[in-house]
Design a protein around this ligand. Structure first.
Ligand SMILES: [Zn+2]
Length: 245
């Protein structure tokens, strides 16, 4: 195949733009913000779990408080009733003794319950602090996620814009290249290879392999407009003054 040397240089430019396109696509697929967001989402889940745990604990403590207060209330009522009976003093001596006995045990039992209530109230304070802390952390991390998401949007927008620019640049370049030469180039690219490379310091610019002496001498003797391909990777080998042939 033959192609004007200037045309061959355009193919080299095309390979440069294609490399740029690959870099932009890679950038888009691996935005640092995505990893940041994933990490923050994990933190958020942990804090949400903590908040739910604290909420459940708070409900338990509340239920326990209500139970203890009700029991203490019942005790107090019975103590008041027994106290009134005792003050009336209309009971036989044996019944009075029993009543005093019962009052004593009611008071002891109430004392125990009141101690328990104090403990539960202390727990309530701790649990409420846990709830507040977890809630604040959830809000804080949600804020961080919103911030990173916004930054991600800007980074992605820039990459998208770069992608559009590079795609336009590619189309403009491709339009200038002979259909036959472009077809060779595109076949290479479709096969997942680099389409063209500059021959420099005996190496193929596409696959970096060093060419042997006989290959180099046959390339050196080929006409300027002859399209030379790399034996190793198939890329169009573009020769310039830098090729040192
Ligand atoms: Zn090569």
């Amino acid at each position: 195949m033959k192609a004007d040397p200037q045309m061959q240089l355009l193919v080299l430019d095309l390979a440069g733009v294609d490399a740029e396109l690959l870099r932009i696509r890679h950038r888009l697929a691996h935005l640092p913000e995505d990893a940041e967001i994933a990490q923050l989402e994990q933190q958020l889940q942990t804090h949400r779990d903590e908040a739910v745990k604290a909420q459940i604990a708070a409900e338990d403590v509340k239920r326990e408080t209500t139970r203890l207060e009700a029991e203490i209330g019942t005790m107090t009522q019975r103590e008041e009733k027994d106290g009134a009976l005792l003050r009336d003093g209309n009971l036989p001596a044996k019944a009075l003794t029993e009543l005093q006995h019962e009052l004593g045990s009611l008071s002891r039992r109430r004392g125990v319950l009141e101690d328990e209530l104090l403990e539960v109230m202390e727990q309530a304070e701790a649990v409420s602090a846990d709830e507040l802390r977890a809630g604040a952390m959830v809000t804080h991390v949600e804020g961080q996620i919103a911030e990173v998401t916004e930054r991600r949007g800007r980074t992605a927008d820039q990459a998208d814009k770069d992608l559009v620019d590079a795609t336009d640049k590619r189309a403009a370049l491709a339009a200038k290249i002979d259909a036959g030469l472009l077809a060779v180039y595109d076949r290479q690219v479709s096969a997942g290879k680099v389409g063209a490379g500059l021959l420099r310091q005996r190496r193929c610019g596409a696959c970096r392999m060093e060419l042997d002496r006989s290959e180099l001498s046959s390339i050196a003797s080929a006409a300027e407009d002859e399209v030379v391909r790399c034996d190793e990777c198939g890329a169009i080998l573009v020769r310039t003054k830098e090729s040192g042939l």
